[in-house]
Design a protein around this ligand. Structure first.
Ligand code: ADP
Length: 397
């Protein structure tokens, strides 16, 4: 009998899952339940993409996290054959100052993570709810929390600081950085692509629905565009990215927007969607000839260019630029335009290599190497889960 590690990535309206062989790390199946609390739909496929099952819940019978997990556990039981579910690894957005490493979840850990919910109110409660539901139904199953913040715990005091008085920063108001599991994965595989960059200074641009960038020096994170929350930095699918804090005050005082309305504005109604009025999806914007869609792309590229300069300053130079996530891995035009913005740093693109998708897309004489490297946060979580439990002597593999 072999062991399986289940990886869960729970959001407010969806739960994405993957199952890996605990020993070989081979992907066994993947899928998601989306439309929680509205019109839920389940899909699962094997590693090759062949469908393993689909299910749609009738409208008017909203599905919550608890019933979604129960459905998933039952589905996995039917799929497993001789495999034993050995552990569940969770993506948890916030590990605060305490967690620089993944941790096995206990009731005490869960209580501590719940105290961080106000720092990530749109994500953390759903991550924790999923852990709770699994614990209720599978009491003895080991669960491991892997944090989006953990990889950035190497940041210096200076990098983490906002210029605020201690009476405020004492509440944990500091820069944390997110997308850490993606950056950790890229830092782990970068030596296979580029030994010089892995030992030197690299900016990784994680460009997906959520977008951020991170400076690595010798494989360690030294700076990130995201700070206290995952809304700082680059414009994203629906998030605004950095704003002058004065904008928020103006929205409150002059436009009389409520806190909830401002939250919705900056998390759900801004970014590519808000600027274009067309879509949050880069494919739709690239296909559109609406001038507002073009402006949204222009602004996205411009802001990425500025942040690459800022991160190169934090790293004190640039040996390589890496593109990853949905847009970074697939959008040839966005990569081309970002590289044009970064030409002053010594970035020279090889247009044919870029069109072909890389992995190396810089010209042979480019002082800065440019790479396209697919990220894999879920396999990072599976590895952490397996390693942590193996170290504790409680998992197979
Ligand atoms: P998430 O942050 O939800 O994990 P992804 O990393 O999957 O998001 O990225 C989603 C984004 O990637 C969307 O804006 C989507 O349009 C974009 N994307 C995916 N494939 C392509 C493509 N072929 N060309 C341009 N953009 C793409």
């Amino acid at each position: 009998m072999s062991d399986t590690v289940l990886v869960l990535n729970a959001g407010s309206s969806s739960i994405k899952f993957r199952a890996f062989d605990a020993v070989t790390e081979r992907l066994l199946l993947r899928g998601q339940i989306e439309g929680l609390y509205t019109a839920a739909r389940f899909r699962a496929s094997d590693a090759g993409g062949a469908s393993l099952g689909e299910h749609q819940w009738p409208a008017g019978t909203p599905l919550g996290h608890d019933r979604a997990i129960a459905f998933l556990v039952e589905f996995l039981r039917g799929q497993r054959g001789s495999q034993r579910l050995a552990a569940v690894g969770h993506r948890v957005v916030h590990g605060g100052l305490t967690y620089a490493q993944p941790v096995r979840v206990t009731p005490a850990v869960l209580a501590e993570l719940a105290r961080l919910s106000p720092l990530a109110p749109l994500h953390q409660p759903h991550n924790l709810k999923t852990i709770e539901v699994v614990a209720q139904t599978q009491r003895d199953l080991p669960q491991v929390a892997c944090f989006d913040t953990a990889f950035h715990r190497t940041h210096s005091e200076l990098t983490q600081a906002y210029a605020l008085p201690p009476s405020i920063t004492a509440h944990g108001v500091r820069r944390y950085g997110f997308h850490g599991l993606s950056y950790e994965y890229i830092a782990g595989v970068l030596p296979l692509f580029d030994a010089r960059a892995a030992a030197g200074r690299t900016v990784v641009a994680h460009l997906g629905n959520g977008s951020s960038a991170c400076a690595l020096v010798g494989g360690r994170s030294v700076a990130s565009t995201m700070g206290f929350t995952a809304v700082e930095g680059l414009p994203m699918g629906t998030r605004s990215g950095s704003l002058d804090p004065g904008v928020i005050l103006y929205l409150m005082n002059e436009l009389k927007l409520s806190v909830r309305a401002i939250e919705q504005l900056i998390y759900e109604q801004s970014g590519l969607l808000g600027v274009s009025g067309v879509s949050s999806d880069m494919r739709a914007l690239l296909a559109s000839d609406d001038p507002r869609a073009r402006f949204a792309i222009d602004l996205y590229v411009y802001r990425i260019g500025r942040e690459i300069g800022s991160l190169a300053a934090a790293a004190q130079g640039l040996d390589a630029l890496v593109f990853t996530a949905g847009i970074g891995e697939n959008a040839v035009l966005i990569r081309q335009r970002v590289c044009e913005q970064a030409a002053w740093l010594g970035v020279r693109l090889d247009a044919a290599a870029n069109a072909a998708g890389g992995p190396r897309i810089s010209s042979a004489d480019s002082p800065v190497a440019v790479w396209v490297i697919p990220t894999d946060e879920e396999s990072m979580i599976a590895r952490h889960t397996r390693d942590l439990l193996a170290a504790a002597g409680s998992a197979g593999g």
